[in-house]
Design a protein around this ligand. Structure first.
Ligand SMILES: Nc1nc2c(c(=O)[nH]1)N[C@@H](CN(C=O)c1ccc(C(=O)N[C@@H](CCC(=O)O)C(=O)O)cc1)CN2
Ligand code: GAR
Length: 192
C-alpha cells in the first residue's frame, strides 16, 4: 500500500478534498494508495478534526516547541517516517521547510500554491494579484524544492479576477479549483 501523509496548518480543505477523492475513487483498490496520516504544526488546526472523523491517524507537532527550524524539521521527519510515506503532501502547510527535509523527501513532496507560479511566490498572493491588476489568477501544484515555490509544476488552474474582487472573494474562487487539481495531480503521480 502506498501511504500518503498530508501536512496542514489550518482548515485543511485541500486535505479534505484529497481524502474524499481517495474514498470516492477507491484509491486503495485503484491505486493501491491511502491517506495514512494527517499531521499539523498546530494542535488546534480544524482539519485535524475532519481527519479524525474519517478514521485517519492525526498528529500535531508545534514548531514553537523547538530551538531551530532544523530541530523541528528533524522531529517532523521522524514522525512522518513512522507512516512510511510514498508521498508527502503539503496542503495549507504554512512552514518553510529546510533543505534537509526537502532532500529527504525529494521526488515525493508536493505543495499547492494559491497563485499561477512563477507569479506571486510567497504569501498574500490574492491581494498581490488584485493590486497588480491581474485579470486572471489561480493555483499551482508543484514539487517542493529548497527554494520556495519554484519546484517543477504538475498542474495549474486558472480563474478570472472579477471587478470588485477582494482577496477573500478571489481566494474562495481559487480554492474551488484547488480542490479539483490537487486530488487529480496526486492520482496521476501515484498512477505513473
Ligand atoms: N522549502 C520549501 N518549503 C515550503 C514550500 C516550498 O516550496 N519550499 N512551500 C510552502 C507553502 N507556501 C506557499 O505555498 C508557503 C508557506 C509558508 C510561508 C512562510 O512564509 N511561512 C513562515 C511562517 C508563516 C506563518 O506561520 O503564518 C515561516 O515558515 O517562517 C511561505 C510560503 C511550504 N513550505
Ligand atoms: N503557501 C501555502 C498556502 O498559502 N496555501 C493555501 O492555503 C489555503 C488554505 O488551504 P486549506 O483550506 O487546504 O487549509 C489554500 O488556498 C492553499 O493554497
Amino acid at each position: 500500500m502506498k501511504n500518503i501523509v498530508i501536512l496542514i496548518s489550518g482548515g485543511g480543505s485541500n486535505m479534505a478534498a484529497i481524502v474524499r477523492a481517495a474514498q470516492q475513487q477507491d484509491w486503495a483498490r485503484t491505486l493501491g494508495a491511502r491517506v495514512a496520516a494527517v499531521v499539523s504544526n498546530k494542535a488546534d488546526a480544524k482539519g485535524l478534526e475532519f481527519a479524525r472523523s474519517q478514521g485517519i491517524a492525526t498528529e500535531a507537532l508545534d514548531h514553537k516547541g523547538f530551538a531551530s527550524r532544523d530541530d523541528f524539521d528533524a522531529a517532523l521527519m521522524q514522525l512522518i517516517d513512522r507512516h512510511q510515506p510514498a508521498l508527502v503532501v503539503l496542503a495549507g502547510f504554512m512552514r518553510i521547510l529546510t533543505p534537509g527535509f526537502v532532500t529527504h523527501y525529494a521526488g515525493r513532496l508536493l505543495n499547492i500554491h494559491p497563485s499561477l507560479l512563477p507569479a506571486f511566490t510567497g504569501l498574500h498572493t490574492h491581494q498581490r494579484a488584485i493590486d497588480a491588476g491581474c485579470k486572471f489568477a489561480g493555483a499551482t501544484v508543484h514539487q517542493v524544492t529548497a527554494e520556495l515555490d519554484v519546484g517543477p509544476i504538475l498542474e495549474q488552474a486558472v480563474v478570472p479576477v472579477l471587478p470588485g474582487d477582494t482577496a477573500d472573494t478571489l481566494a474562495a474562487r481559487v480554492l474551488t479549483q484547488e480542490h479539483v487539481i490537487y486530488p487529480r495531480a496526486i492520482a496521476a503521480l501515484l498512477r505513473a
